[in-house]
Design a protein around this ligand. Structure first.
Ligand SMILES: C[S@@+](CC[C@H](N)C(=O)[O-])C[C@H]1O[C@@H](n2cnc3c(N)ncnc32)[C@H](O)[C@@H]1O
Length: 227
């Protein structure tokens, strides 16, 4: 399924921002290329207001995704958050940044954006939001971190912004896409693979000495919590 603004080519940038989480909630699912490419969480929820979107996910046999046909706003108001959720929202574009008129069967007015932003900034969990920078988002999300990247659309190349309400992560839920582009990802993969091969070739005593050094050199993290 292709959508204007679908994350078909840029899902890696979004996944590279996501700290470990137990529940993953994607509120404007569409083609859901982030949902389809990331490692699943313990629970995965995909929401879309368009019944056609939800039925195409149901018939394509989405395994392990709880599908909700309804408004993102209703779901976020009603869900009992525990704090270990990650919400990813990729709403229709703000009208001032849109180059075509009405591209989805369900579009967002400025009031819809205001309501969504008020909801997202009140959530007691991790939130990532993607879109094009505009004054409303800049002021409503003033305290949030941002990351920008250039993304090809079907007409040109535009700068997309990711807003997120947590510190840039030191650990990722899914580290398979580390690197800002294809070349960087390949280079990182090769570097990690070489390191892993060397650790595999160590004797058990060498490996334990290496692990002891590692824990001493990087004592800040609870390594055992990472999956
Ligand atoms: C920008 S697209 C999402 C693209 C998606 N990230 C992808 O990779 O294809 C927007 C989606 O939001 C849905 N939508 C619009 N308003 C909504 C609302 N209030 N609640 C939930 N979904 C909504 C539309 O039906 C559409 O499928």
């Amino acid at each position: 399924m292709r959508f204007p603004g679908g994350k078909g080519k840029t899902y890696q940038q979004v996944i590279n921002l996501m700290p470990p989480h137990r529940v993953y909630i994607e509120t404007h699912l569409g083609g859901g290329s982030v949902m389809r490419h990331k490692l699943p969480a313990v629970r995965n929820v995909g929401i879309d207001a368009d019944p056609k979107v939800i039925s195409s996910w149901s018939t394509s046999g989405a395994v392990g995704v709880d599908l909700v046909c309804g408004l993102a706003e209703d779901f976020l108001c009603e869900y009992a958050f525990c704090g270990d959720e990650l919400v990813y929202a990729d709403p229709p574009y703000h009208p001032h940044t849109r180059r075509q008129r009405r591209v989805y069967s369900r579009d967002y007015s400025i009031e819809d954006h205001e309501r969504l932003l008020a909801l997202l900034t009140s959530l007691p969990c991790m939130v990532v939001l993607s879109g094009y920078a505009n004054d409303l988002y800049r002021s409503a999300l003033a305290g949030w971190h941002t990351q920008t990247f250039r993304a090809k659309t079907h007409t040109d190349v535009r700068e997309e912004t990711l807003w997120f309400n947590f510190e840039p992560p030191e650990a990722l839920h899914d580290s398979r896409y580390i690197g800002k582009d294809f070349r960087a990802r390949q280079a990182t993969k090769r570097r990690l693979q070489r390191l892993q091969d060397r650790v595999f070739r160590m004797t058990p005593v060498e490996r334990t000495a290496f692990a002891q050094w590692f824990h001493e050199a990087f004592p800040r993290r609870e390594w055992s919590d990472l999956k």
